[in-house]
Design a protein around this ligand. Sequence first.
Ligand code: PLP
Length: 381
Amino acid sequence: MSIKTKNIPISLPVTGEEEWQAVKEPLFNGWLTSGPMVNAFEKEFAQIHGVSHAIAVTSATTALHLSLIALNIKPGDEVIVPAFTWISTANVVEYCGAKVIFCDIDINTFNIDIDKLASLINPNTKAIIAVHLFGLCADIDAIKNIAPTIPIIEDAACAAGATYKDRYAGSLGNLGCFSFHPRKSITTGEGGMITTNDANIAERISMLRNHGASISEEQRHHGPKPFILPDFNILGFNYRMTDLQGAVGLVQIKKLKKFIAERKRWADYYINCLSNIDWIETPHITNDYGHGWQSFVTLIDEKKSPGSRNVIMENLQAKGISTRPGTHAVHMLNYYKDKYNLKDNDFEVARQANDYSMAIPLHNRMGKEDFEYVINAIKNL
Ligand SMILES: Cc1ncc(COP(=O)(O)O)c(C=O)c1O
């Protein structure tokens, strides 16, 4: 029987005393829904990402949903989505009654394959969701060259602090959508952010997240007539972030650059130490890209590896090392498979990424000893 000496989770957020102190303020002052803490978090987030507006919501999924609504996506419209991503990138298109058009990915980046994009565009194409998977930005300039007039929503769920040609994720397309789920570099438990440089879109999204109300709760309560309810001119949702989350976010955002710098150092270390194992391919790095390192995702070459990808994951788990597939190929999931009558090989590269990708632990609570342990365990498989 093997004895587990280690337990290295795939991800573990760095939260503690500072976040604990920060949540006390809204708890004591009683302003628990979106208020001053959320406002301050939004300002800081916008400043760091080089955009004029950041609007906090409850998750990246609701951020993506509101972004599509802000762009008036409706039944009959088509939205292009990479086939290898988290399911919600596609689900939000379904929420709008529009049609998901999957695009295959590039195995070197796990992002949308630029060469396969042009043939998918037609007069019904009303948006492209460019996913910055695992923290690596999609090649936005290439997408804009192919589709200069089609709005781009960046699914930057994994890409807080990531850069592309010295510009930040969230400032590259028409809208950017971020996640603060605990598997991301910074967290608020659950939570999301929408970024944009378009003041009209920002205003519309601020209303959409708050039931469609013409002014926010805070504006009403602190305004001259708090007793008058706002107007509701559009159909909205309750996608408001709480001030408890805002307080945590404000502490976390200030640590983002430090977290990414640490992750980058250890990602480089992994790449270096794993380079002479011929069955594991580490992420490709290119000069123009500042990787956000939300995850460190490898590819297993099953022709050379000491077992299938799943057997390798099982063996590493037995040694106390958590791994995960990078994410899933959405066209292979039953809802999409059935609704759109899709076969696994329709998006062959996404299928390969689905079957052979393996994320290994990379987070800011790991130390040298943990990285050594993972590297040695892989070498000794
Ligand atoms: C690429 C991508 N998009 C969207 C999401 C959804 O984020 P959230 O959990 O904040 O809704 C995730 C979460 O893992 C993701 O990885």
